[in-house]
Design a protein around this ligand. Sequence first.
Ligand code: CUA
Length: 324
Amino acid sequence: MIPLSGCTGIQSALDPKGPAASELAWLIWFFTGLCSLIWLAVMIVLIWGLSKRRGDRAEPLDIDEAGDRKATRVVTGAVAATVLMMIVLSLLSYFSNRTIAAIGGQNPVTIKLTGHQWWWEVRYESDQPRRTLTTANEIHIPAGEPVRVVLSSTDVIHSFWVPALHGKKDLIPGFDNELTLKADKPGVYRGQCAEFCGAQHAHMALMVVAEPREAFDGWYNAQLSNARQPETDEQRAGHDLFMNRPCIMCHKIQGTKAAANTGPDLTHLAGRQTIAAGTLHMSRGNLAAWIADPQSVKPGARMPTMNLSGDELNAVVAYLEHLK
Ligand code: CUA
């Protein structure tokens, strides 16, 4: 069981928590079983053939041409039928996932997920402009409901993969892909970029938080609000530093003059579970480590080093940590 112990948990295709992933897990087990049986059959025939010794005298083999031809036809037919069955099962699974997409409710939650080197921009679409919401690196969804995810990229090809919920789907610059995300039960599921996209591909993760509908609505409404005002002197100092440094050239904090969208929206940063797209857990220490020297945490990331003094760093961290 030890080799399989890695197959459960928040990021495993073999521990499915949604319909699309269940379908895939079934295929994985079925193909594994089928291929094991075929391997076993080949080994049995091989061992049987090897064990039929012809004795010491080298006599010419009896050649049974008609029998050989028949055997060839049977084996070829069996191989073709097996491959065909695997193709048909794969296609059925593909189309049944598309059906889930088609029945995605009257007005499903729609998320525009955009890949960047190396983070995820998450925008919740709405007919009402005031209900449109942008966040990063963490997707909240109502459990038990199909959610429409439209995938695109601003730079290179990335791939969205939350193994416990669905198969991989590429994020392609200039092209919209689509996928239906559904978690059967509330829970936190980890996703990972699944297409090599540069130096920090491995540090391009995201979290999917599936919550009961009420909790999801609560989260959504809270996210729509402006960022919290600084309350302590330290937070105020951090706020002022943030607004007077190049931070505002990349980030947005809703309700302040920081309104750029090159980097992740930080309006409710401290409410997220991770920093830098799943690279670090959200904590005061990690936030400080990340801001002090992003290039040693995630070399090549677009976030530059800010050259802050110790006090300045503490102040900025105090302000950002306050943005729940
Ligand atoms: Cu983005 Cu790999």
